[in-house]
Design a protein around this ligand. Structure first.
Ligand SMILES: Nc1nc2c(c(=O)[nH]1)N[C@H]1C(S)=C(S)[C@@H](COP(=O)(O)OP(=O)(O)OC[C@H]3O[C@@H](n4cnc5c(=O)[nH]c(N)nc54)[C@H](O)[C@@H]3O)O[C@H]1N2
Ligand SMILES: Nc1nc2c(c(=O)[nH]1)N[C@H]1C(S)=C(S)[C@@H](COP(=O)(O)OP(=O)(O)OC[C@H]3O[C@@H](n4cnc5c(=O)[nH]c(N)nc54)[C@H](O)[C@@H]3O)O[C@H]1N2
Ligand SMILES: [Mo]
Length: 757
């Protein structure tokens, strides 16, 4: 990739004035901005409300501005003064709205009233809450519960999530797919298998003790900007930060703290990564194998002098499978590693050297590792690397998956899962006097398969934008109208609301920053962050419309209309006072949530504990597992002439399918999302020129025609053989069958495609 030719890039640092401009343009754009500023000051603080954007930790010793550019955008997006009213729906058919962009649909503003789809007129019409609940309840009662799916996006608080999962099980199914199935399911399955817990092992305090940090496929500059503050502190302490990412992401290169006047005025940047390795997409198993090979070789050499590089005591006492893995690392050649990773031996040795000489190492990772066909092996390799030097279950060290949605991790904690073995069903049975379904439910990919096969009759979405987020868009949209019932609980209009079942409802809910008044007075909700810490959250802003209901009230309303009365299941009392729901959560999950109501507003939240952190590994062998991978490429397909590995990317100006605007400032891509990023040599080799419009087609070898575009060819620093283009626009290209083999997380970070000019 030795090109000196022009590429698109951002010349500034992450943070800095750019982030202030990014924030203020959203502020102005949302009209209601200034009034919402007061809300921002309460964000992520005790007795404030917890950010609706990402799941990054909320420290006890918070800053005056404990929010970032993207957290501010998410809040302002929720508090917009625009309204998507019944009059709007009267003026537009659903077919017409389907032609609108994701951005334009959400720009119509907050939904204000429950709406029912009128197929004859092809329009949404207003209805009352009572009518909506009664009609949906009647539909659900008439169906086989096993043919219904209750999806959750990661926004809803623990209270609503707990009730929603209880509703599903009382009704009779475990079909509880969630956005995490498209995201960190690889983590939930992978870490559970190798260290016995499905979440990371770090806490906030570890960040100040680590002496090296490794980043694999996670982009804090766009996706968890508050992480840039502890990263900046670490960089200044001299902590080595080593990044593996095909894209040179600004947030991992240089940062100016927008909340520090001196830095802002002098433009003084902090360099973040001390090494930056542009691994090829799907190249991480090989790259990490290279690091492990280096460390094991260093240990072999040290042993001759009576010293050790490996933590032999940890390996002996706490792990299983080391010998097999070490043999594999020794036997794998540098040639194989270089080819599969796209990196040179010298680069990997330099990174291995940092790892070997550091005493406390944290490995962060995100979608670059999880959204791969062999995502499990990616995650397991990272654990292998950490275990070589005992970097699990020790202060200042550990594995740190950086979660997405603000409460995605917490929802799983309180029962949102299709896997019954993760839920204390006996407790549910005793607590609520019923026999919960024990068979496996469907995750997101299985739900899609079942919908394509015509086996699903009802879909309820607690937030999210399912049809835009899932793979195989075209086939999914075609199959969707065969559903009998679709119900979407949402704050804003999106494409998933415009492809409907025979009976369809759109139910508008309160956002987390809004005041939620119930019979006993104002209510609080709670969320769990990436570091397994639980925080209370109180919204105070005036609701977008008097006709909104809270997610708790909507879930309870649906449940009550569907289920026979049960004296132990007190929907009305729970809606009247959410602390009673927390009492139920504390009863079901006593270890984690004892004294829930008393602890939820503790500054910095309360930690729900993590056995792996205590070096108690609840795996099959009772020890932490070394994994010996059978492959070096995580991509899951072979390279072939004309076949590229496509990365589906997030911009700095979106939150998943919510497109705030068209400025991916930190990458220098401005004004459009219809771009195809590739390196200048690759453009030339493909016989293309900058600015040319092309399309992408699927090259999965399954004979299905999938196409997306047109896209503008844009020169960008990327490894050879790889392309970048935006999610969700590229989702039609992702085959449903292209997912992590173990967890079924769709593999959106190395999608096999061809270019057609
Ligand atoms: N502003 C904003 N914040 C968000 C979101 C958002 O859309 N916008 N989404 C939220 C959600 S739900 C999630 S899950 C998180 C997602 O946050 P991240 O985990 O950061 O996800 P991505 O940005 O999709 O991809 C991460 C990085 O992986 C790199 N990558 C791609 N392929 C590979 C590979 O093969 N190997 C390696 N090592 N790297 C690779 C990409 O270049 C990218 O920098 O962010 C959350 N926060
Ligand atoms: N190709 C490709 N596909 C991907 C990804 C990728 O990187 N590449 N990333 C995957 C990931 S990590 C994820 S998490 C999924 C995201 O999948 P989802 O979570 O399903 O999608 P979002 O875009 O986050 O959902 C946005 C919608 O949520 C609704 N909403 C917002 N706030 C609230 C609220 O407070 N309550 C309720 N009820 N509704 C609300 C709004 O109506 C908004 O339109 O997409 C996945 N798909
Ligand atoms: Mo996510």
């Amino acid at each position: 990739m030795a090109s000196e030719r022009r590429v698109v890039e951002y010349k500034g640092a992450s943070g800095g004035w750019g982030s202030v401009r990014g924030m203020s343009s959203t502020l102005l754009n949302e009209r209601d901005g200034p009034a919402a500023l007061g809300e921002l000051m309460r964000q992520n603080k005790p007795r404030g409300f917890m950010c609706v954007s990402c799941a990054w930790a909320k420290p006890a010793d918070y800053h005056a501005f404990e929010f970032c550019e993207n957290g501010a955008k998410a809040t302002l997006w929720e508090l917009t003064s625009r309204r998507c009213t019944p009059e709007f729906f009267a003026n537009h058919t659903v077919t017409e709205l389907r032609g609108w962009s994701d951005h334009d649909l959400e720009q119509t503003g907050r939904l204000t009233q429950p709406m029912r789809y009128d197929a004859a007129k092809d329009k949404y019409a207003p209805c009352s809450w009572d009518d909506a609940f009664a009609a949906i309840g009647a539909e659900l009662k008439a169906l086989d519960p096993k043919s219904a799916v209750f999806y959750t996006s990661g926004r809803a608080g623990l209270e609503a999530a707990y009730l929603y999962a209880l509703f599903a099980r009382l009704y009779g199914h475990n079909n509880l797919p969630d956005c995490s199935n498209m995201c960190h399911e690889t983590t939930s399955v992978g870490l559970k298998k190798v260290i016995g817990v499905g979440v990371g092992t770090c806490v906030y305090e570890d960040l100040v003790q680590a002496d090296a940090m490794f980043f694999f496929g996670q982009n804090p500059g766009s996706n968890s900007p508050r992480l840039l503050h502890p990263l900046q502190d670490a960089a200044r302490r001299g902590v080595e930060i080593v990044t593996f990412n095909p894209i040179r992401e600004k947030g991992l290169e240089v940062f100016i703290n927008p909340q520090n006047p001196a830095e802002m005025l002098t433009g003084k940047e902090t360099r973040i990564s001390t090494q930056y390795h542009q691994v090829k997409p799907g190249g991480d198993i090989a790259a990490i194998m290279g690091l492990c090979k280096y460390v094991i070789a260093a240990d072999d050499a040290a042993k001759a002098k009576g010293k050790r590089v490996l933590d032999a005591d940890f390996i002996e006492r706490h792990t299983h499978g080391f010998d097999e893995f070490a043999a594999k690392a020794r036997a794998t050649t540098w040639d194989e590693i270089e080819t599969a990773s796209g990196l040179r031996r010298a680069e990997l040795e330099a990174a291995g050297e940092v790892y070997a000489r550091s005493s406390r190492v944290i490995c962060f990772y995100g979608m670059g590792l999880t959204q791969q066909a062999h995502g499990f092996e990616n995650v397991a390799m990272l654990v292998n690397l950490l275990m070589l030097r005992g970097n699990i279950g020790r202060d200042g060290a550990g594995i740190a998956p950086v979660r997405g949605h603000s409460n995605v991790q917490g929802q799983r904690t309180v029962g949102i899962t299709e896997k019954p073995e993760l839920v204390p069903l006996d407790k549910y049975a005793a607590q609520f006097g019923f026999e919960p379904p024990r068979e496996m439910g469907m995750n997101t990919v299985e739900t899609c398969e079942a919908i394509l096969a015509g086996k699903v009759n009802a879909f309820i979405g607690l937030g999210g934008n399912f049809l835009r987020a899932v793979p195989e868009r075209e086939a999914m949209e075609k199959a969707w109208p065969r559903l009998r019932l679709t119900v979407q609980i949402a704050t804003k209009l999106n494409h998933s609301h415009l492809v409907n079942g025979a009976v369809a409802y759109l139910l508008p809910c309160l956002g987390r920053s809004e005041e939620d008044i119930q019979a006993s007075g104002p209510q609080a909700v709670s969320t769990e962050d990436s570091f397994s810490t639980i925080h209370g959250s109180i919204g105070r802003h005036k609701p977008a419309s008097p006709d909104l209901k809270s997610e708790v009230a909507i879930v309870a309303g649906l449940a009550k209309a569907t289920l026979p009365p049960n004296p132990k299941v007190k929907w009305d009392e729970w809606v009247g006072d959410y602390s009673l729901i927390r009492d139920q959560i504390a009863e079901t999950y006593a270890d984690e949530f004892h004294d829930f109501n008393a602890r939820m507003f503790q500054p910095g939240g309360f930690y729900r504990g993590n056995k792996a952190r205590e070096r108690i590994f609840k795996t099959e062998s009772g020890k932490a597992e070394f994994t010996t991978p059978e492959m070096l490429s995580a991509a899951g397909f072979d390279d072939a002439p004309g076949r590229y590995r496509l990365i589906t990317m997030r911009s700095n100006d979106q939150f998943n399918t919510t497109i705030y605007g068209f400025s991916d400032r930190l990458r220098g891509v401005e004004g459009t999302r219809q771009v195809l990023l590739m390196n200048p040599d690759e453009i030339e080799r493909a016989g293309l020129r900058e600015g040319q419009m092309v399309s992408l087609v699927s090259d999965a070898g399954d004979g299905v025609h999938r196409q997306a575009g047109p896209l503008k060819v844009t020169p960008f620093k990327l490894p050879d053989g790889c392309l970048g283009a935006y999610y969700p626009e590229m989702n039609p290209l992702v085959p449903l069958s292209h997912h992590d083999r173990q967890s079924k997380t769709p593999a959106g970070k190395a999608v096999p495609v061809r270019i057609i000019a």
